[in-house]
Design a protein around this ligand. Structure first.
Ligand code: PHE
Length: 450
């Protein structure tokens, strides 16, 4: 992929190639690892309910907004803002910073997934009592070196693919592995909801208890909408910039969030019913997936094989997201500093890896270090990126489109100069110009200062 303005910009091999890449960026650890544990610690159905509300108002709206700006300018975020309004280039830079921070801890979790592939292979999912999975997880993440080695492996995979260019091999594998992940999740859901007592978990996950909706729950859901859909940092601007002028932005902007949400719901249904069935705590945070699913596999015939396949597919989903995170900063230095792709990927990958190391250590040898609101290092970095920088980037994008670039220009781009019918166009415009930025601001201020 060549990001030089002067050369003809490379485009996606096919429509399906783009959808796969964009959906690949969206579907990742955010859906499978994060969504279930956030729901678990934020009141279950209450969180899911708020998530859906924010998805409707903000998720679809911003997905379309980012793809539109990307395709219009055919540039990565900083350049895209600059091309429309010189003074706004710094907003793109916020996204670059957010991507940096997110990838730093994302690779730590990606490393855990690789370790669990190894665990599945070596038969570690076979234990006498399900409670052993918590000990197993705890002793792994708190050891000083092992998680960092796996984090490095994850980072190397990401860097390797970004050097090669995103559009080649990944497209081919996505066509098989993404549907594979879907099928696998369904199988795990079936096992999970047929465990004894599972219905309690289904109820917890799907039936909202409105009294549990607090400012903190709202902010967590807001951050998760951005994180899960890869919004607010320009990843979708970058992906949109490779779209050809006759592609239908409207349908893509609906398909990607729908797919993403379907995977998150499946992951919730795979994990939370089992949590209740085994008597685990739904509020245990980032370990929820790693503690619960091995127990489910242990309760399945051929569980070792399923466990192995499952974690391989999760790894694939994580990598298709991490490459989009790295791509945003790589395309930035390639565009702005004229570095070549290889150098940019290697240098940035190394820096991001180093920044991520404290996140890993904060769960073990440095677990006495607590930063914002009593959070450990990983949680703090993730809070700053997802709950502060992404919403900020998203809000500024709305203001930018609604008040600087102008809705009429945006409408032209969305509808391919009037060629595509989009019945909700003015609703979208209204959401962008008024509702979404205000909603983001209100949720953000309440959540941060509550
Ligand atoms: N959406 C990805 C996930 O759910 C993470 C991500 C966030 C990727 C922001 C790119 C940009 O795992």
């Amino acid at each position: 992929m060549n990001l030089n303005e002067t050369k003809q910009r490379e485009q996606w091999g096919s429509k399906i190639g783009f959808i796969l890449a964009a959906a690949g960026s969206a579907v990742g650890l955010g859906n499978i690892w994060k969504f279930p544990y956030l729901a678990g610690s934020n009141g279950g159905g209450a969180f899911v309910f708020v998530y859906f509300g924010l998805l409707l108002i903000i998720g679809f709206t911003l997905m379309m907004a980012e793809l539109t700006v990307g395709r219009h300018t055919q540039l990565s975020p900083v350049g895209a803002y600059r091309k429309i309004k010189e003074k706004w280039a710094w907003v793109g830079a916020i996204g670059v910073l957010a991507g940096f921070l997110i990838l730093s801890f994302y690779s730590v979790i990606g490393g855990w997934v690789i370790n669990y592939i190894v665990k599945a292979l070596t038969g570690a999912f076979h234990v006498a009592d399900a409670s052993e999975f918590a000990t197993m997880f705890g002793s792994f993440i708190s050891s000083p070196f092992e998680p960092i080695i796996y984090q490095a492996i994850f980072m190397l995979m990401t860097v390797g693919i970004v050097i090669g260019g995103i559009s080649g091999g990944i497209e081919k594998y996505s066509k098989i592995l993404m549907p594979g992940l879907f099928v696998m999740l369904m199988l795990v859901v079936i096992r999970s909801i047929t465990l004894p007592n599972a219905m309690e978990g289904v109820k917890f996950f799907l039936v909202p208890d409105f009294s549990k909706i607090t400012p903190a729950v709202l902010l967590a859901a807001l951050g998760q909408v951005f994180f899960s859909l890869s919004l607010g940092m320009g990843a979708m601007i970058t992906y949109g910039s490779y779209l050809s002028k006759d592609e239908n932005l409207v349908s893509s902007s609906f398909q990607i969030p729908l797919l993403d949400t379907a995977v998150a719901l499946l992951a919730g249904l795979a994990i939370l019913p089992a949590v209740f069935s085994f008597g685990f705590s739904p509020e245990q945070g980032p370990g929820l997936l790693f503690v619960t699913l091995p127990a489910v596999f242990d309760a399945m015939p051929l569980g070792g094989v399923f466990g192995f396949l499952f974690f391989v597919l999760v790894l694939f989903a994580a990598v298709t997201s991490s490459i989009s995170l790295l791509e945003v900063s790589v395309s930035y230095v390639v565009d702005e500093l004229n570095w070549d792709r290889k150098k940019a990927s290697l240098v940035l990958g190394l820096i991001i890896f180093i920044i991520g190391v404290p996140s890993s250590l904060g769960l073990g040898v440095w677990d006495h270090i607590k930063l914002i609101k009593g959070k450990d290092i990983l949680d703090t970095v993730s809070f700053i990126a997802e709950n502060v920088l992404l919403p900020l980037g998203g809000m500024l994008l709305c203001i930018f489109i609604g008040w600087i670039w102008g809705l009429d220009n945006a409408y032209k781009e969305v509808t391919n100069d009037g060629k595509i019918k989009f019945g909700l166009m003015h609703v979208w415009g209204f959401l962008i110009k008024y509702i979404a930025p205000i909603a983001i601001l209100v949720v953000f201020l309440q959540g941060v200062f509550a």
